[in-house]
Design a protein around this ligand. Structure first.
Ligand SMILES: [Zn+2]
Length: 112
């Protein structure tokens, strides 16, 4: 399979999921690379963030795998979304599974 996005490109994209609140807030749209949800910065969830408050987490699944379009990465390009999700989560994500975006209920550390 020809990779449209190189490993180096995806590694650099991954740097944008940490301490990214400012970048996400400067974005028009943000994308969760775990569940695929696309949302405006006003929906960014910090309250349930398990990590630093400066790191955005997803309002649907609470995973901190958010990249905003202010990063310059094509967060609304379906091929990029799939390639990056596969790379970030080693093929284990709701995107990789082709599952729909739904609000997940977190109980302890288990995701239902
Ligand atoms: Zn999500």
């Amino acid at each position: 399979m020809k990779a449209k996005f190189t490993q180096e490109y995806l590694e650099r994209a991954h740097d944008h999921v940490y301490l990214n609140a400012d970048e996400c807030n400067r974005s028009t749209s943000c994308r969760c690379f775990y569940c695929g949800y696309s949302f405006p910065p006003s929906e960014i969830d910090y309250i349930n963030s398990w990590f630093e408050p400066e790191t955005a987490s997803c309002p649907m699944c609470q995973i901190d795998a958010i990249i905003g379009d202010a990063s310059g990465y094509p967060v609304n390009d379906g091929e990029f979304v799939v390639a990056a999700s596969e790379f970030f989560f080693d093929g284990i994500s709701r995107i990789s599974d082709g599952r729909p975006v739904v609000r997940l209920k977190i109980i302890g550390l288990e995701v239902e």
